[in-house]
Design a protein around this ligand. Structure first.
Ligand SMILES: O=C(O)[C@H](O)COP(=O)(O)O
Ligand SMILES: [Mn+2]
Ligand SMILES: [Mn+2]
Length: 567
């Protein structure tokens, strides 16, 4: 039987003139009350603080868990991230996320019994080819994990593959900013062991993830081109070659150490690209007809473009000239886009997210609006809608995207495009056309990833101005404003720039209802929710809560609402 998406009305619904506006301050976690380590405290965002204060006074405040099992990740030590956070907001449930599904597939051995795995192995063997593997080299567990990379290597060797080339993207964004060599050393050790068993396994190319390969939402295809040239053609693009930095080295370590000496302030995420060459100066990992390629990242947003580059036919690929295309078998660790099916070949099926809030609201005739800048546009649309792009119902929904500045300008322009996103948001609220409005402001996260304390302070000050404008408009319309976040990031930094990653911090959930007459409160902080899993209030409890505010019963499959009617 098909699922009924009509929401039942709440027994005593509240009625508000204006919309319910959910403002996600991306990466704005709750940290220590210390100005020297918390840019939020240093910035003193009086409007946001006052909003939180008022919400607490009216019992319209709680804290939400935004990491670990509360968002479908394997353990309490897993920090939250935008994908799992926005999935949880948008679907009101907790699904086992990609990394967990991959771990489970390794544990059961299923991954190596799939026809897809056999295809990769068979194609490589049939052409006496090389298996190339690439992706983010760290244990950040947001896009990839070292343990999974090692298990793939073991599986390949057990399946009889005898030549492997690794193309590594240094992280420094989900792990500490210059930890790259730690992971390189671990990998080199592993590859040396494989070589002892007559497997020709080596690191062939590399570069920083935010300079090479891992673009998202089409914001900078040049990054993807750099990665393509490195991995496929064994070429460092001319703009990255100087008299001091040739781009071609005998090992990854040699390349990284030279980069560190030349640019001591550069973080791994921006590490210059390099190609490893043999004694004759020839790249050791250029891709050839009959080779196979595995992308070991499990998260989709930053894996889609490089995957398209590997797999799209000429007629469909317009982003740059790919040059001679070897015939390759390409597989993703996961399917990165479940709608367009990118890639066709993948080793572990991704989470299938059903019953999203958008499906229910559309079926119930609720109008909604979503806006963000490019860096986060897919978060508030694609991830929000259970990894589906586009509107669910174009008559009821409008999604807007404000074009981001290039990544490299985030640190020097910490306001990013927040003022422009706020313009759109305010306009949407003012239009009176939408009952539910959601917006992601990217700054606390994107600037947080630079690690620059002063930029973070400016980002938070900018957030404060944006929130002030939004609050004024929501007040004028007689609506409800909710401030929350998808995970922590900006709330802990230092003056050395050594903290660039997300955190396991909880986040605020603060409601400012401009026509409030005490009709409801929120379940107080620390109080168990009505959910059987005992996980406590988390991001996945937001959807049911918002549905109640919009005057509907939440679906039975959802985690429970935090909305507590007064009577
Ligand atoms: O991809 C990134 O930028 C980081 O690895 C994670 O950040 P996000 O989860 O906030 O997008
Ligand atoms: Mn985020
Ligand atoms: Mn982030």
């Amino acid at each position: 039987m098909s699922h009924d998406y009509h929401l039942a009305p709440l027994a005593n619904p509240i009625h508000r003139e204006g919309p319910v506006v959910l403002l996600i301050l991306d990466g704005y976690g709750i940290g220590k009350n210390e100005a020297k380590e918390n840019p939020i405290v240093a910035a003193n965002p009086v409007v946001i603080n006052e909003l939180v204060h008022q919400a607490k006074e009216h019992h319209l405040y709680t804290r939400l868990k935004a990491h670990g099992p509360a968002v479908g990740l394997p353990s309490e030590s897993d920090m939250g991230n935008s994908e799992v956070g926005h999935n949880a907001f948008g679907c009101g449930q907790i699904y086992s996320q990609g990394t967990k599904l991959v771990d489970e597939s390794f544990a059961s051995g299923v991954i190596f019994r799939t026809p897809q795995w056999h295809q990769v192995v068979a194609e490589t063997a049939a052409h006496n080819g090389t298996l190339h593997m690439f992706g983010l080299l760290s244990d950040g567990n947001i896009h990839s994990h070292m343990n999974q990379i090692f298990k793939l290597l073991d599986g390949a060797v057990e399946s009889g593959i005898h030549k492997i080339r690794m193309h590594v993207l240094l992280d420094g964004r989900d792990v500490s900013p210059t930890s790259g060599l730690v992971y390189i050393n671990q990998l080199e050790e592993k590859l040396a062991k494989l070589r002892e068993h007559n497997v020709d396994a080596r690191i062939a190319t590399g570069g920083g993830r935010m300079y090479v390969t891992m673009d998202r939402y089409g914001s900078d295809w040049k990054m993807v081109q750099r990665g393509w040239e490195l991995m496929v053609h064994g070429v460092v693009m001319p703009e990255d070659v100087t008299s001091e930095y040739s781009g071609y080295f005998r090992s990854a370590t040699e390349a990284i150490e030279l980069g560190r000496r030349l640019w001591p302030a550069k973080q791994d995420q921006y590490n210059p690209p390099f190609v490893v060459v043999d004694e004759a100066g020839q790249p050791i990992g250029r891709m050839q007809d009959g080779d196979a390629v595995i992308n070991w990242n499990f998260r989709g947003d930053r894996a889609v473009q490089i995957t398209q580059t590997f797999t799209a036919p000429d007629a469909e690929f317009t982003h740059f000239a790919r040059g001679a295309m070897p015939r390759l078998t390409y597989a993703g660790l996961l399917e990165y886009d479940t709608e367009v099916h990118i890639p066709r070949l993948f080793l572990v099926p991704p989470p299938e997210i059903h019953h999203t809030m958008g499906q229910y609201l559309c079926a119930s005739g609720v109008t909604s609006y979503a806006v963000a800048e490019t860096h986060k546009y897919g978060h508030v649309t694609f991830f929000w809608n259970g990894n589906k792009s586009g509107c669910i119902d174009e008559h009821l929904e409008q999604y807007d995207c404000v074009e981001s500045l290039p990544n490299a300008q985030t640190e020097s322009h910490p306001e990013m495009k927040a003022p422009e996103v706020t313009d759109k948001l305010v306009e949407a609220i003012r239009s009176g056309r939408f009952r539910f409005v959601r917006c992601n402001l990217a700054n606390p996260d994107m600037v947080g990833h630079t690690g620059n304390f002063q930029s973070c302070v400016r980002a938070v000050q900018c957030m404060n101005q944006c929130v002030e404008r939004v609050a004024r408009e929501v007040e004028a319309r007689g609506g409800i404003l909710i401030i929350t976040a998808d995970h922590g990031n900006v709330e802990i930094k230092d003056n050395k720039g050594s903290k660039t990653s997300h955190t396991c911090a909880p986040v605020d959930f603060a409601v400012r209802d401009f026509a409030y007459h005490g009709e409801y409160t929120l379940l107080p902080e620390g109080q168990p929710t009505a959910d059987a899993d005992g996980l406590g209030a988390g991001l996945s409890n937001v959807a049911a809560t918002v549905m109640n505010m919009l005057g509907f019963e939440a679906p039975a499959v959802y985690r429970k609402s935090l909305y507590v009617p007064a009577h």
